[in-house]
Design a protein around this ligand. Structure first.
Ligand code: HEM
Length: 346
């Protein structure tokens, strides 16, 4: 984009298009085939994945163009509902372990703008992207706004869950989750891994969840894995927690009736990149959930993604579509994505 005099043009439209293409380029498109079923789909973290539009996955934490906006959104949600941050009393050491581990990770990834250093008996965290410098005493909750987990959630876009391992199970005993896709941290906190997954169809009979739990319980300190999960949502609304269902449930019903252009602009493929890390000092399992949204209209700019997602949606078994909340609009979405194929059957 250049003006007639040769200088760069920075119109709002040009800025929007640059932001749009970086969103597409970094999008973790999750489908490796034209059909999708649940599986214990874990793979080592930090291995870059090339996609038709660019790539993702070179690091654990991904700071992108939505950084400031998503952190502001988290702050707003937490102020309205403090239960999105819930920590059972025995999880203090795990929260501090997660904070130290991930601030170090951020500083290593962005040494030009972030730093964690020791100054006497204090730690000093500098984050120039947010324009902050924060001093705190390691392990002293009162020295950090929001405590260790609340503060960590003000520095990274990911939602955070910490699992304790005892009595042969994993327990979801702490978390900061403001961008849940149709579940509630406050409801789940204190549950076993198996109970947390209670509502998910198929996975129990197929042994997916018990295999995943055994895998996680064997993780050694410092080991890092990741997996993806996906669903769909209407508009770029990250907060789809059960608590605020009245704010987003209605749109899911209405969108199916929308004209095709509106459907494609508003319906989003919602992908979670989830990291699973055994923390060294506390022994807790750290579960990070980073949510990405891409509208069908954006997705369709990559023809291979358009076709593949259309086929996945058209073929998805009813029980999985129902659990994910797609039943009312998945046919309209598949028809928009695959305009040249026969209409999908009821
Ligand atoms: C949902 C598998 C780790 C919490 C799900 C779903 C699957 C799954 C297949 C259904 C997703 C959908 O269709 O949208 C796995 C596997 C894991 C894993 C294979 C590890 C290898 C975790 C961990 C937590 C967690 C560590 C932390 C507590 C949840 C929650 C839901 C969910 C809260 C939503 C359940 C609901 O509907 O209430 N998981 N998961 N998962 N998972 Fe996991």
């Amino acid at each position: 984009d250049r003006d007639p005099g040769g200088g760069p043009v920075t119109t709002a439209a040009a800025r929007r298009s640059a932001a749009l293409s970086s969103r597409i380029a970094g999008f973790p498109f999750p489908f490796r085939a034209d059909t999708y079923r649940y599986s214990t789909n874990v793979e080592p973290a930090r291995v870059p994945v090339a996609t038709e539009a660019g790539g993702w996955g070179g690091g654990i934490l991904d700071i992108d163009g939505e950084y400031a906006a998503e952190l502001a959104e988290r702050e707003r949600i937490l102020a309205a509902d403090p239960t999105r941050l819930t920590v059972l009393p025995h999880m203090g050491p795990a929260c501090w372990d997660a904070l130290r581990t991930l601030l170090r990770e951020l500083a290593a990834q962005h040494p030009d703008v972030m730093e964690l250093r020791r100054d006497g008996d204090e730690l000093v965290w500098r984050n120039e992207l947010l324009g902050i410098e924060q001093r705190f005493r390691d392990g002293d909750d009162d020295t950090l706004p929001g405590g260790p987990l609340g503060f960590l959630g003000s520095q990274i876009q990911d939602d955070i869950v910490l699992l304790d391992q005892r009595e042969g199970s994993l327990w979801a005993d702490a978390g900061l989750v403001t961008f849940a896709a149709d579940w509630s941290l406050h409801f789940d906190v204190g549950m076993r891994f198996l109970e947390v997954h209670g509502p998910v169809p198929r996975v129990h009979e197929e042994g997916v969840i018990s295999r995943a739990e055994r895998f996680l319980m064997r993780l050694q300190p410092g080991q890092e894995y990741r997996r993806t999960n996906w669903t769909m949502s209407v508009d770029r609304r990250l907060d789809q927690s059960t608590e605020v269902y009245p704010l987003w449930g209605r749109d899911r019903r209405l969108i199916a009736e929308a004209p095709a252009d509106e459907l494609a602009e508003r319906l989003q493929l919602r992908v979670e990149v989830q990291h699973l890390i055994r923390l060294g000092a506390s022994g807790a399992v750290l579960f990070l959930i980073r949510t990405y949204l891409l509208s069908l209209a954006e997705l369709a700019q990559v023809p291979a993604w358009r076709t593949r997602f259309g086929r996945v949606l058209a073929e998805l078994p009813d029980d999985m579509a129902e659990y994910k909340g797609l039943t009312r609009f998945r046919r309209a979405a598949a028809d928009w994505l695959l305009p040249d194929s026969c209409p999908t059957p009821d």
